[in-house]
Design a protein. Structure first.
Length: 331
């Protein structure tokens, strides 16, 4: 069984050689002790209980064409951060998947890493099981204005999806987005003037931000350690000073008018990204007359991913229940 195999033995499988280095991008997992643990040991010792689900789905996808680089070698020559930007395709076997919106999943990682291993692949499998084709985006990190460059990455991913629409069995105009933490900020920013409208792409059918960052004003108000540079932090994310970020489209709740119906998921005990990031966005959406669902788990913190074994277990299914029963009939 996969749970009895080590992470090393799985990630070094030649079938997934393209994407394995991006399991957690910009992190050489081979240098970590847990790289040599079985998936069961990782679940017991680290609480990562969903790895078997995601890796099993990845290995199945790798039986066919599943991996697409976003940029050519020439495009990466002057911008090495583009080298890891890629798209992974997880098709659903459900007979109605071709008629449904596909879902673009964008993992988090603080614009330092992209956590496909825990947030991307396992969550995509949930959506597959419910009958939706899924794409997982690995975007540029560790570069100035990472969130803004992620807009280019999404747009390029959508170009690839459109050019392979017959192969993927999708309508490139019919999609939803789901993002975690920093990825949650990315899917929110996609709904502002920096996102879909700037690229001439249709608005998503729905958006599922999971413990997302939404507000630079909230971050500016937080206590920072002495010596920390708020402007440097803002530039790494959106390429401007903290003051500029607080008073522009980068302050998401002030620019919520372009959002699609949105369901937010988070935990009350999240100390890394306080729940107010989601609460103020939900309030802004309601003020703009945009359907919104806000689910705050009673316990738990940041990084619950697909919710396996936690109070937020089943949130991907509840997100789709909400979309299918409340939103889709109105569209």
């Amino acid at each position: 069984m996969l749970k009895d195999r080590t992470l090393q033995s799985i990630l070094e499988d030649p079938a997934i050689a393209d994407i394995a280095p991006e399991a957690i991008s910009k992190w050489d997992l081979s240098k970590e002790e847990f790289y040599h643990w079985t998936l069961q040991e990782m679940a017991d010792k680290m609480g990562w209980r969903n790895l078997e689900r995601g890796l099993a789905r990845l290995l199945k996808a790798a039986q066919g064409k599943y991996f697409y680089r976003l940029y050519s070698d020439s495009e990466c020559a002057g911008a090495p951060e583009k080298q890891s930007a890629s798209l992974v395709w997880f098709p659903s076997d459900h007979p109605e998947a071709d008629q449904r919106p596909f879902i673009l999943v964008i993992p988090g990682g603080g614009f330092v890493n992209v956590w496909n291993l825990t947030e991307g692949w396992p969550t995509a499998q949930h959506f597959n099981e419910r009958g939706y084709h899924v794409f997982i985006l690995t975007y540029q990190v560790r570069t100035e204005a990472s969130a803004v460059k992620a807009m280019d990455d999404i747009a390029r991913a959508m170009e690839i999806i459109a050019s392979h629409r017959n192969e993927f069995h999708v309508d490139p105009r019919n999609y939803m987005t789901c993002g975690f933490s920093a990825g949650g900020y990315i899917v929110c920013l996609w709904n502002t003037e920096k996102g879909y409208s700037a690229f001439g792409i249709r608005r998503p059918r729905a958006c599922f931000p999971v413990y997302p960052v939404t507000s630079y004003r909230l971050m500016n108000a937080e206590k920072w350690d002495e010596g920390d540079d708020k402007d440097e932090f803002a530039r790494s994310g959106v390429g401007c000073t903290m003051e500029e970020a607080c008073n522009s489209c980068f302050e998401i709740p002030l620019h919520a008018e372009g959002f699609p119906p949105t369901a937010l998921f988070l935990a009350a005990g999240d100390e890394l990204v306080p729940p107010d990031h989601s609460r103020i966005l939900a309030e802004a959406l309601e003020q703009n007359g945009i359907p919104c669902r806000l689910e705050i788990g009673p316990t738990g913190g940041h990084g619950f991913a697909d919710g396996t074994g936690m109070c937020m277990e089943g949130w991907p299914e509840r997100a789709l229940d909400w979309y299918e029963s409340v939103i889709a009939p109105q569209q």
